[in-house]
Write a protein that binds this ligand. Structure first.
Ligand SMILES: Cc1cc2nc3c(=O)[nH]c(=O)nc-3n(C[C@H](O)[C@H](O)[C@H](O)COP(=O)(O)O)c2cc1C
Length: 211
């Protein structure tokens, strides 16, 4: 089937959201941990996290438009910090449940049964059950004029990766810790490893790296 821009615009809104969200493929499933200045914790699932660069280590995260109460965004603005915690197969349903609209004074950690953990100078809570996670300091906020979403650029200040997943060259084996990926608004997946390949060069076909 093919869809013109007009067809996409004419789709019922929920159908369009599922359809367009699925087009950009598998995304990472993360729990973003934050706190406000009164020490109230918040946890929310986000899939729009992308790598911006490794030196300096930067990530970007897209937040929905600031037109209703957004606890994660408000907390990040208040404290300047958040944590990103990879979701794994042991708590993917709890992770999904954090997207429910909980009251600001109710911690999603309690509501879904996950444990907050504090590491280093970051005031925002990590998710204890996550096996790959990092602390992020907000460096820039930019509104995307076309739809009102908010791009947050953050500096990675501290990383925590379980030994089992860390390879000798710095690669993190997400399969080993059964990290979960998201498609659309509600599809959850486990990765199926195909392998790692040598650095690509013109006129040479990449070879499989020893594991
Ligand atoms: C699979 C999935 C992915 C999501 N990704 C994002 C995202 O990237 N950005 C965002 O702002 N909200 C995202 N959401 C919605 C938030 O989880 C939801 O709005 C949550 O209630 C925010 O909570 P808060 O008000 O406590 O910050 C996603 C929800 C689901 C189920």
């Amino acid at each position: 089937m093919q869809f013109s821009k007009k067809d996409i615009d004419a789709m019922p809104s929920r159908y369009r959201a599922h359809f367009v969200n699925s087009l950009s493929g598998y995304k990472s499933a993360n729990l973003v941990g934050t706190t406000d200045t009164q020490g109230r914790h918040n946890l929310a699932i986000v899939s729009s996290v992308v790598h911006l660069g490794a030196h300096p280590p930067l990530i970007a995260m897209i937040m929905r438009p600031d037109v209703v109460e957004r606890h994660t965004l408000a907390n990040i603005r208040e404290t300047g910090w958040f944590t990103l915690n990879q979701v794994n197969h042991r708590f993917w349903q709890a992770a999904h449940q954090t997207s429910a609209k909980y009251d600001r004074c109710e911690s999603e950690f309690n509501a879904v049964g996950l444990e907050p953990e504090f590491i280093g100078e970051c005031p925002a809570p990590f998710v204890k059950e996550s096996l790959a996670k990092y602390a992020v300091k907000l460096v820039r906020e930019q509104v995307i004029e076309e739809n009102g979403t908010i791009l947050l650029v953050g500096a990675i200040e501290h990383g925590v990766v379980c030994d089992e997943a860390l390879c000798s060259d710095g690669h993190i084996d997400l399969n080993a810790i059964e990290t979960v990926a998201v498609t659309g608004l509600d599809g959850y997946h486990l990765g199926s490893r195909l392998g790692r390949l040598s650095y690509a060069q013109p006129n040479t076909w990449p070879t499989k790296l020893d594991e």
